[in-house]
Design a protein around this ligand. Structure first.
Ligand SMILES: Nc1ncnc2c1ncn2[C@@H]1O[C@H](COP(=O)(O)OP(=O)(O)OP(=O)(O)O)[C@@H](O)[C@H]1O
Length: 736
């Protein structure tokens, strides 16, 4: 039976949304294991089990050896309770680990959970495939030389720095409240959204960003006081590289909300001046409207009841910048979930938001008279988040992003950068920007730039089946895509088939439109027909884009043809696959496109890349990122040794593919495959004709063009053109 007809019978996609518990049982993206029903995240299966075991073992051991006190040395899991923890302030005797809740109780009062020893922290970091490195410290920033330092692996690194690198990993969301003292409201919102256990990236980044009281070196009595934030977090900027779908958004939103609430409480205590209501204090920059809207949605859910307003920047809105200070007097902020109130009569609306999410262009327009030079600064912004930082710092958006960064003049600005792929050149650019900004503003306080990496950097997620399919020609690609849409026979090698909903990526908007019209009638009317397939690109209006996104999310649209516009950040939960109809232009682009499926560690996603003879020089790039991910998965399964297990990109293919020169890599990145570009040039006309998306043969197209030309000529001459003859079998419509 036709897959589409079967699908048409199925219920709304949203119903397949996993429950929180189910979701929590899924693997995290970089865990890379086949479905085994096990939970690799620390804090769920592993941790709960080990906690209860430890409690038992600990008791037993204590009975056997009453002398074993906090100073006694032990190995392995015993260290949980037996080892004297280097940074521990609390006697173990007072503590009992409640194996049901995972909470640590002290004489019945909820208090800070017991601190983990260095060895245990290391173990947890390793289990979560977390690598934390100090990239630069404040000493360099103070000096005249504001260049990025090399990664610091020096054993003489200061003790405080070292403790940052192995700071207490987060093992449950409860710890956010007990150890990091997030507000009750935020904790409740996390719980209400079904978030139970942190993902790997959250395990590693949140403790660094939130900084427990002990990590900040506060005395125990100060630490007991709620919200005792004595040290602002501007002392730390963070670069995080974690797989697609691993929960980076939640990590940066929790950090921002927590600190804004904490700052608000501190400001209330220390200043008598009334703060401007909903003045932008946190700025989240994302490359597309679709991603910005998604972040706003996520942020609003977590900010419910906190009094913080999360908004998306819209066209023609204005910001309260330093040169617009007079707008402080604006009153009657809109109470709607919207964001803005109008300022002076006939002016553009002024953004009223504590957390503002924007694309670079919209923001630059709001702070610049001309795009090249920001003319206003944003002194109120204390938290700057660059989501998909590598693309924001890529030449495509670089000048806009740097303008925004420059405009954030608050001396205690904390910048965090997030992506699944951050190359070394982008990393250096980020470091030098942070350091030179500090130098320009004359900031000399202690400061660190830390990098957190989850799993293998810049590799494709291994829980997705990656398929590289040779289709020889453009026509072959169309046939191959139709074969994917209507598989005529089960695949001979048990490879999972591609089931809607899925995304199809093309190189240009024109190609997306052409492919859409070619496939429009491929879905039978009984299954919903042409309404099931849509095209989304940046030339559509904002409202059309939003409608299509909503249709795809709610299951009305099954196949969405798009450009790289949707390749980054966008989270579609039930997505079964991705088709690269046109080859991605970089390895990183592949990682992000393929990462629209297999999110939250979900197995069963398929990423198909169709390539032609012309693409062969570029396939190696992609084959390498797939092979790296699969090798890591194989190594993990075989306990660190590479035995080739899990590898699906055959070695012969890797060997056979030609090496890509740096020059071709650069050209491909900048221009894409030449024949698929939009420019019309006589020299390239033949190539471009060959790359056209159409199943019509050249002969048929010529006949059709001649017919159209003749009809046009006749119309111009004023001759009536006879309607094409209708065969006897064809229905000719109603007669008058
Ligand atoms: N702790 C958690 N428990 C369960 N689900 C989570 C958790 N954290 C995040 N998620 C869910 O995981 C999904 C992917 O998260 P998110 O969009 O933040 O990924 P990402 O790392 O930003 O990916 P990308 O690199 O593609 O932008 C979302 O649906 C989010 O709600």
């Amino acid at each position: 039976m036709d897959t589409f007809k079967l699908l048409a019978r199925s219920t709304n996609l949203q119903k397949s949304k996993p429950s929180a518990d189910k979701a929590s049982k899924q693997q995290t993206p970089s865990s890379g294991f086949e479905s085994q029903g096990t939970q690799r995240r620390v804090g769920h299966g592993d941790l709960e089990e080990s906690r209860s075991q430890l409690k038992l073992r600990g008791t037993k051991r204590r009975k056997k050896s009453p002398a074993a006190g906090p100073n006694s040395k032990s190995t392995g899991k015993q260290e949980y309770i037996e080892t004297k923890l280097p940074l521990d302030n609390t006697s173990n005797d007072d503590l009992t680990i409640n194996s049901n809740s995972g909470k640590t109780e002290q004489h019945g009062i909820e208090s800070q959970p017991k601190r983990k020893g260095i060895a245990e922290r290391r173990k947890i970091l390793k289990q979560n495939k977390l690598k934390i490195a100090l990239l630069a410290d404040g000493q360099k920033a103070k000096g005249a030389n504001a260049t990025p330092t090399k990664e610091i692996q020096n054993p003489n690194t200061k003790k405080h720095d070292r403790s940052l690198l192995i700071s207490e990993p987060l093992t449950s969301f409860e710890e956010l409240r007990t150890r990091y003292r997030i507000s009750r409201r935020l904790a409740e919102n996390l719980d209400a959204q079904g978030y139970r256990y942190p993902t790997e990236v959250q395990v590693g980044s949140l403790p660094l960003l939130l900084g427990s009281d002990e990590d900040r070196g506060l005395a125990t009595d100060q630490a007991r006081e709620p919200h005792s934030s004595k040290v602002p977090r501007s002392d730390l900027d963070l670069l995080t590289v974690a797989p697609t779908g691993s929960g980076k958004t939640l990590a940066f939103i929790v950090n921002v909300i927590h600190h804004l609430l904490e700052d608000r409480q501190r400001d209330r205590k220390t200043t008598s001046k009334n703060a401007i209501e909903h003045e932008v204090q946190a700025l989240i920059v994302a490359p597309t409207h679709e991603l910005a809207d998604q972040i706003v949605n996520e942020g609003r859910k977590l900010a419910i009841g906190t009094g913080l307003r999360v908004s998306a920047m819209k066209k023609d809105m204005m910001l309260q910048t330093d040169s617009l200070a007079t707008f402080e007097q604006i009153s009657n902020p809109s109470d709607s979930e919207g964001q803005e109130v109008s300022g002076a009569p006939n002016s553009h609306p002024i953004v009223k938001a504590d957390i503002l999410v924007s694309t670079p262009m919209l923001l630059v327009n709001a702070i610049s008279e001309n795009q090249a030079r920001p003319s206003k600064s944003l002194p109120s912004v204390r938290y700057l988040v660059l989501d998909e930082a590598d693309i924001l710092l890529d030449p495509l958006f670089r000048s806009q992003t740097l303008s925004i960064w420059d405009a954030c003049t608050n001396p205690s600005l904390q910048t965090t950068l997030w992506s699944a792929t951050i190359g070394s050149s982008i990393e250096s650019l980020a470091q030098s920007t942070i350091l030179s900004r500090r130098k320009t503003l004359g900031i000399t306080s202690e400061h660190h730039i830390i990098r957190v990496v989850v799993g293998l950097k810049d590799s494709a997620i291994p829980n997705v089946t990656h398929r590289l399919t040779y289709a020889a020609t453009e026509q072959g690609k169309l046939l191959a895509l139709r074969q994917l849409l209507h598989p005529s026979a089960p695949s001979e090698d048990d490879r999972p088939s591609l089931r809607p909903p899925f995304l199809v990526f093309t190189q240009t908007i024109q190609r997306a439109i052409a492919l859409h019209s070619e496939l429009l009638y491929d879905i039978p009317p009984e299954a919903g027909g042409s309404a099931r397939i849509a095209v989304l690109h940046s030339e559509l209006s904002d409202s059309a884009r939003a409608t299509i996104m909503a249709g795809f999310r709610n299951g009305q649209i099954w196949i969405l043809i798009t450009t790289d516009l949707l390749s980054r950040g966008v989270d579609f939960r039930g997505m079964n696959g991705v088709v690269n109809y046109d080859i991605p232009t970089t390895g990183a682009a592949y990682v992000h496109r393929a990462g629209r499926t297999g999110r939250q560690g979900r197995e069963g996603g398929v990423a198909v890349t169709l390539y032609t003879k012309e693409d062969i020089p570029y396939v190696k790039n992609i084959a390498n990122v797939i092979a790296a991910g699969e090798r890591a998965r194989g190594e993990e399964k075989s306990g660190g040794e590479s035995k080739g297990e899990g590898e699906r990109v055959q070695n012969w293919l890797l060997d056979a593919l030609p090496k890509v020169s740096k020059k071709s890599k650069r050209e491909l990145k900048q221009r894409g495959v030449e024949s698929r570009r939009n420019v019309v040039g006589v020299a390239k006309a033949k190539e471009q004709r060959r790359a056209r998306i159409s199943t019509k043969s050249g002969y048929d197209r010529r006949i059709e063009n001649r017919r159209k030309g003749a009809a046009k000529g006749a119309r111009l001459r004023g001759v009536e053109v006879p309607a094409p003859a209708v065969s006897e079998d064809e229905w000719g419509g109603f007669e008058d």
